[in-house]
Design a protein around this ligand. Structure first.
Ligand code: PLP
Length: 463
């Protein structure tokens, strides 16, 4: 029996339950991944016990010689993984992607300055700012201008919008992709001090050089947030903004598969300011154990095996996109260049909330999502977001994507009969459905063929 099971059976039981969920379901939320036993062992290591406020070689607490060595190794590996220029370095201390972005704002903007980022409902990220007009529905505020620029409203939802003037650019209404000419016009009109690309639900590659030219035209600093794509970029399977943007931020726990945290890359001069944005600007002691996880994960990223993995993530996503289209689904932008896709449900009987829950009961875990020109509320939006990072970590390939697409269609067709019910009644029907139960059993059987290594090496050694 494990120490946890002996000392705290309640938490041990929850861990076991979550392990079973992860083992027996297909996790297809594109921002999630499953980390190696070595990464998890490092995250659970004694590094968690140490306070290390400050930077390498300049801490406010004694006893940090080993932490300095660890952080130096993590920074070196980050520089190598992203092939940064010789005068660039990395910050690995930000506790999360949102903190990393805020640290950049603290270092580069004054309160009230203008920044420009992708429109949240089109796939941008909350940490790039969001506000709306409470007196109007989101759709009304959207329809306001008919243009591709969004100025926000009086309700400032997060700190970015409270502190700065956030102007957001939308995707093209026809292609649902970036319209660089419009982006340029908006930048020329609003002259942001900071121009941001990156988001959570944009299925296509970004033309970083084009955005760099736009930033230069208006004298803006360019920040590329590659939280989602970091692993694919490090592996060289999609284009990189490193050496093009002024600063690159990312999370480490999505395609990068390196435990939870964030990395900021920039020229050493800018990074010195950003480091002060992280501490004392935003946070106290770094999570050294997470930095250990990131360090181990980056070691894995540098291997050929990871490059093969990242290539397969993209191949799987393209296969899944093709198979879903064969099954009659429409995809936003017609597919995807990376690790994620958005199913446009506007012509389907079930919308985001209902479909996501029905799929979850069938063992396929995705998430409801808004999409460009969505006319539905965020609580039940018009799209479903799926991604391939985690299923590819399990070793799944194109043949399994075909099977998954088939199940996704089957769930939609079967659950459609209850589309008009209130949500709770709908879920009740789904939970009682033998068809959904059969799919869940088949999904679990597939998962058993591609098992996750749940135990860390440390746990195995102690058994
Ligand atoms: C583009 C982008 N930036 C930032 C973040 C924020 O990361 P975190 O959840 O670690 O704060 C995310 C997370 O989903 C993201 O997708």
């Amino acid at each position: 029996m494990s120490t946890l099971a002996k000392n705290d059976p309640a938490v041990a039981a929850l861990v076991a339950k979550e392990e079973a969920r992860q083992q027996n379901k297909l996790s297809m939320i594109p921002s999630e991944n499953f980390f190696s036993p070595a990464v998890r062992e490092a995250v659970g290591s004694v590094f968690m016990h140490k306070y290390a406020e400050g930077n390498i070689g300049g801490r406010y607490y004694e006893g940090n010689a080993v932490i300095d060595e660890l952080e130096t190794l993590a920074v070196d590996r980050a520089r190598q993984a992203f092939q940064v220029p010789a005068d660039w370095s990395a910050n690995v201390q930000a506790l999360a992607g949102s903190n990393a972005n805020l640290a950049v704002y603290l270092a580069t903007l004054e309160p009230g300055d203008t920044m420009m980022a992708m429109y949240l409902p089109d796939g941008g990220h909350l940490s790039h700012g969001w506000s709306f007009e409470p007196s109007k529905s989101k759709r009304e505020s959207d329809a306001d201008s008919g243009s591709l620029v969004y100025h926000g409203g009086s309700r400032k939802v997060n700190i970015t919008s409270r502190m700065f003037k956030v102007v957001q650019y939308k995707t093209d209404p026809d292609t649902k992709e970036f319209n660089y000419d419009e982006l340029e016009k908006i930048a020329l009109e609003y002259k942001p001090k900071l121009l941001i690309t990156g988001g959570t639900a944009y299925p296509r590659d970004i033309d970083y050089r084009r955005v760099r030219a736009i930033a230069d035209a208006v004298g803006a600093l360019y920040m590329a947030d590659i939280a989602h794509e970091a692993g694919l970029i490090a592996a060289g399977v999609i284009p990189s903004p490193v050496g093009i943007a002024d600063v690159v931020t990312m999370t480490t726990h999505k395609t990068l598969r390196s435990g939870r945290g964030a990395i900021i890359l920039a020229h050493q001069d800018l990074l010195t300011k950003i480091n002060r944005g992280v501490l004392p600007g935003l946070q106290g002691g770094p999570f050294n154990n997470n930095i250990a996880g990131i360090c181990v994960g980056l070691g894995e990223v540098l291997t050929d095996e990871f490059k093969t993995y990242a290539r397969q993530v993209v191949n799987n996503n393209k296969q899944l996109a093709a198979d879903l289209q064969t099954k009659g689904f429409f995809l936003v932008t017609g597919g995807g260049d990376k690790h994620l896709l958005l199913i446009d449900l506007t012509k389907e009987p079930l919308q985001g909330k209902y479909f996501a829950r029905a799929l979850d009961h069938a063992g396929i875990v995705g998430n409801m999502n808004g999409m460009p020109q969505d006319t539905r509320p965020p609580a039940n939006p018009s799209a479903l977001r799926l991604g391939t990072p985690w299923v590819t970590t399990r070793g799944m390939k194109e043949a399994q994507m075909k099977q998954i697409a088939s199940w996704v269609r089957e769930v939609m067709d079967h659950a459609a009969q209850w589309a008009d019910l209130e949500f709770d009644a709908f879920e009740e029907q789904i939970m009682q459905s033998p068809t959904i139960a059969t799919i869940a059993t088949d999904v679990a059987a597939l998962c058993q063929k591609f098992p996750l290594q749940l135990k860390t090496t440390e746990t195995i050694k102690n058994q």
